[in-house]
Design a protein around this ligand. Structure first.
Ligand code: ADP
Length: 466
C-alpha cells in the first residue's frame, strides 16, 4: 500500500461546511485541529445544538466570506501554542484530502489574521499517514478560485437560523413555516413583534427581546398584522439595517398596506387596476364620483381588511350617502369603478421569488360582490392566463415583496390588480392546491442567504502573511 504522506502545509476541503479549498498547516505539536472562524454563535434547540460561524478562506481576499453552520458537538477548554486557554466550540465534519475523506473533530477559534485558516493537529492524522515536516504539498493542490463562479443553485446548503415575527405563534401559517424550516434542517424561532425593542444607532444597532439582545438571524419572516404596521415595519427595518434578509421588506409592507400608496405605485408602473380616486374634503365628494365613471361604484375604507369596509353603491344617490356617512365618521376612503363582470369572484395568486406558485379563485356568497373568504366566500383551484401570471409577478415586484398574495379581478379589458398582500395566509392556498408552499418559501430564502462570493477577486492585501 502506498503511504499517505502529508507535508507541513496542505490543501484540503471541508465539503459539509461549503469550503471547497482550505490551506492548512499541519501541526503535530497540537492534538486538536482548529479552524479560524469569526462571528461564532451557537443556536438551535438543546437537543439539536448548532453553531454558526464565518470564515475568510483566502487570507488575501477579505471580500470572500463564507458563512458555515454545523452541528455542535462539544465545548472544550483548549490551550493554544501561545499558552492561552480558551473555551472553544467543537464540531465534527468530513475532511477531504488527496482522494481520501475521514471524519474530523475541529475546534473553532477566532484568532484572526492567521495566514493558515486551519491547523491540522495530530488527532487528524491516522497511523497509516506519515508527516514529512520538511516538505510541503505532498497532496494535490487546490485553489481559492474554486470559490468563484459557483452557480447559486449549486452552492452549499447549510442549516439556517431563522425567525418568524408574528403575534400568532399557533396559527396555520406560522406552524407551517416552522415545519417547513425544520424539515429542511433549519431552526426557526418565533418572535412576538410587539415584544421587540431596539436601540437605534448608525452602526451596531440591535434588536432586544425579553431582556436579551437577539442574535444574528440568516433571515427573518415578517408576518406583521395590519394593526401594528408602523411598529412592525420599524422592527423589520432594524433587522434590515443589521444586514438580515427579510422575506418581506419594510418598505414593501408599508407600501402595500397603504391602499392609496399601493394604488399610486401600481398606476405608476402601468399595472392594470380598477379606476380609482380619492378625496378628503366633503366639498370634493361630488367631484370624485364622475372621476371613476359614476355609479355603480365601490367605496373602500382605507383601513378595510377582509372586505369589512368595502361597499357597493349601485346608484349615485347611494354613493353620496355612503360618502357622507364615511365623512361623518372621519374615515378615509377611496372610490373605485365597479368591475361588474368579475361577478363576485377574484383570483388570489401566490408569488414566491418572482413566480406564481399557486392560484385560487374565490367566489362570494350568492348576491355578494365581495369574494373574501371572511365574508363567507368559497375557494377553488383555477388555471390562470399568461397575462394574469405576468401582472401578478409584476405587482409583487413593484411592491418589493418576494412573497406576496396578489388579488386580481377578471375584467373585460384584462386582469386588474386589487391588492398585494405582504403576509398572505397559507391555509386556504395550501389546502386548495395541495402544494407545499411553506417549503417553496424556505427554498427561496435559501437562495437569498446563500453566500455570494464577489465575481472578481479583490486585490491581494499586503503584509497579511505572518
Ligand atoms: P379588502 O382589502 O377589505 O379585502 P378588497 O379591495 O380586496 O378589500 O375588496 C374586497 C372584495 O370586494 C374583493 O375581493 C372583490 O371580490 C370585491 N371588489 C373590490 N373592489 C372591487 C371592484 N372595484 N369591482 C368589483 N369587485 C370588487
Amino acid at each position: 500500500m502506498t503511504q499517505f504522506v502529508l507535508g507541513w502545509e496542505e490543501w484540503l476541503s471541508l465539503p459539509e461546511l461549503g469550503l471547497p479549498a482550505i490551506l492548512a498547516k499541519v501541526d503535530t505539536g497540537a492534538k486538536t485541529s482548529a479552524l479560524h472562524a469569526f462571528a461564532i454563535e451557537p443556536f438551535g434547540s438543546a437537543d439539536k445544538p448548532m453553531v454558526r460561524f464565518a470564515i475568510h478562506p483566502d487570507p488575501n481576499d477579505p471580500a470572500l466570506e463564507i458563512i458555515c453552520s454545523a452541528p455542535l458537538k462539544d465545548r472544550r477548554e483548549v490551550t493554544s501554542s501561545n499558552g492561552e486557554t480558551e473555551l472553544r466550540f467543537v464540531i465534527e465534519t468530513t475532511i477531504v484530502m488527496g482522494g481520501r475523506s475521514w471524519p474530523l473533530e475541529i475546534t473553532l477559534t477566532d484568532r484572526g489574521g492567521m495566514a493558515y485558516r486551519m491547523l491540522l493537529g495530530r488527532g487528524a492524522i491516522s497511523d497509516d499517514m506519515i508527516v514529512s515536516p520538511s516538505q510541503s504539498f505532498q497532496q494535490p493542490e487546490l485553489s481559492f478560485d474554486s470559490y468563484h463562479g459557483i452557480p447559486r443553485q449549486k452552492r452549499h446548503r447549510r442549516a439556517l437560523r431563522l425567525a418568524v415575527l408574528t403575534r400568532e405563534p399557533n396559527n396555520y401559517s406560522t406552524r407551517r413555516m416552522i415545519e417547513a424550516a425544520e424539515a429542511r434542517g433549519h431552526t426557526m424561532e418565533v418572535i412576538d413583534t410587539t415584544r421587540c425593542y431596539m436601540n437605534i444607532r448608525g452602526v451596531g444597532g440591535e434588536v432586544h427581546y425579553d431582556g436579551r439582545c437577539l442574535p444574528h438571524y440568516d433571515a427573518v419572516i415578517p408576518r406583521i398584522g395590519a394593526s401594528i404596521t408602523s411598529y412592525g415595519t420599524a422592527v423589520v427595518r432594524q433587522f434590515e439595517s443589521l444586514g438580515t434578509y427579510c422575506l418581506a421588506r419594510s418598505d414593501g409592507i408599508t407600501m402595500s398596506r397603504d391602499k392609496l400608496h399601493a394604488h399610486q405605485i401600481l398606476a405608476r408602473n402601468k399595472i392594470g387596476m380598477p379606476t380609482t380616486a380619492f378625496a378628503r374634503s366633503p366639498k370634493d365628494s361630488a367631484h370624485v364620483i364622475p372621476l371613476v365613471g359614476g355609479a355603480p361604484l365601490v367605496l373602500k375604507l382605507l383601513e378595510s381588511t377582509q372586505g369589512k369596509g368595502v361597499v357597493l353603491a349601485e346608484t349615485k344617490k347611494a354613493a353620496e350617502s355612503v360618502i357622507s356617512a364615511f365623512q361623518g365618521l372621519k374615515a378615509d376612503f377611496l372610490v373605485q369603478s365597479f368591475v361588474k363582470e368579475a361577478a363576485g369572484e377574484d383570483i388570489r395568486c401566490l408569488v414566491v421569488g418572482g413566480k406564481v406558485v399557486a392560484s385560487m379563485r374565490r367566489k362570494g356568497k350568492p348576491d355578494e360582490f365581495r369574494s373574501n373568504l371572511h365574508q363567507g366566500g368559497t375557494a377553488e383551484p383555477v388555471k390562470i392566463s399568461k397575462a394574469e401570471r405576468e401582472i401578478a409577478v409584476r405587482a409583487a415586484k413593484v411592491m418589493r415583496l418576494d412573497f406576496a398574495g396578489v388579488d386580481l379581478l377578471r375584467s373585460e379589458d384584462g386582469p386588474k390588480v386589487l391588492e398585494v398582500n405582504s403576509s398572505p395566509g397559507l391555509e386556504g392556498i395550501e389546502t386548495m392546491s395541495g402544494k407545499d408552499i411553506a417549503g417553496m418559501v424556505m427554498a427561496h430564502i435559501e437562495t437569498q442567504v446563500a453566500p455570494r462570493p464577489p465575481r472578481t477577486k479583490a486585490k491581494p492585501a499586503t503584509g497579511d502573511k505572518t
